[in-house]
Design a protein around this ligand. Structure first.
Ligand SMILES: O=C[C@H](O)[C@H](O)[C@H](O)COP(=O)(O)O
Length: 272
């Protein structure tokens, strides 16, 4: 296995006892998903992006040095790469490991059919590749999130729109098509906060956020395919029919699990 094999305990993102209800719900979702889906014999594990993922890594590290010594972890961007390395886990890349045992990732919103919006952190291109790599055998792409992301229809709470990664020289043309052809008049280039100019992804591209009416978002695969057909679009932050299960931590300490066959479970969250 490539990369570092020196294992050391990962510091919890926030000291125990000081987690807010929201952070606790993320931790519950992440820990429950790891306990259920990161089996001892799994060797190649995809680590997604977002605010719930540090708790995924925290729980994986707690499985111990022996469990992790022959594993390799595949990041979806800068954040997860840093998490993997700082946790003393072995780093790989999806071009070395195109078949992944299980990928756990966050989401901006997840509907009843496990379609989701991703890319609020501009990571969705790599996230989709790493998710697909975990689909080759038993479809083990698992979502983890807090209760705010559990919705019936995409776009209910997450109003920023569908994240779309575009090659920089094509952004104006893609924006024009979104405004005039695909009925997203408020689509806009995502601007950086602590930098003048646009957000630049880990792949050197720009991101457009395109809000759509609820009626359009009720058919996410259709709008995803239409956006993807626009020349200059690299990837769309709509993941349709990809996840096997989604874990949502709730405010009361329970976890809601939605499965891709339509089943919904309420379980007690893993908390020790
Ligand atoms: O690009 C970022 C990813 O898709 C994240 O998984 C998603 O934005 C959720 O992030 P957070 O948990 O920070 O809201």
């Amino acid at each position: 296995m490539p990369g570092s094999t020196v294992l050391k305990p990962l510091k919890s993102p926030i000291p125990p006892g000081e987690l807010s209800v929201l952070e606790k719900s993320k931790q519950l979702a992440a820990w429950s998903a790891v306990d259920e889906h990161v089996h001892p014999d799994y060797r190649v594990i995809g680590i997604g992006s977002g605010s719930t993922v540090p708790y995924v890594v925290e729980r994986i590290v707690s499985q111990g040095a022996e469990a992790n010594k022959n594993r390799v972890f595949i990041p979806t961007g800068f954040q997860s790469k840093e998490l993997i390395v700082s946790s003393g886990l072995s780093l790989g890349d999806v071009d070395q490991y195109p078949t992944i045992d299980v990928t756990l990732d966050g989401a901006d919103e997840v509907d009843t059919q496990l379609n989701c919006i991703k890319g609020g952190g501009a990571c969705h291109l790599r996230e989709k590749v790493v998710a697909e790599a975990a689909q080759t055998q038993v479809h083990l792409f698992i979502l983890v999130a807090d209760y705010r992301k559990n919705v019936e229809y995409l776009g209910t709470n997450f109003k920023a729109g569908v994240p779309i990664e575009v090659v920089p020289f094509a952004y104006a043309k893609v924006l024009q098509n979104l405004h005039q052809v695909l009925n997203s008049p408020k689509a806009s280039l995502r601007m950086a906060v602590a930098k003048a100019g646009p957000v630049v992804t880990d792949n050197g591209n720009f991101v457009i956020d395109a809000p759509f009416d609820l009626e359009i978002m009720k058919e996410p695969y259709t709008i995803m395919a239409q956006i993807k057909m626009l020349t200059g679009v690299v990837e769309v932050g709509l993941f349709c029919h990809m996840a096997r299960a989604a874990y949502f931590g709730n405010q009361d300490g329970s976890v809601t699990v939605k499965w891709n066959d339509g089943q919904v479970q309420q379980i007690a969250g893993s908390n020790s």
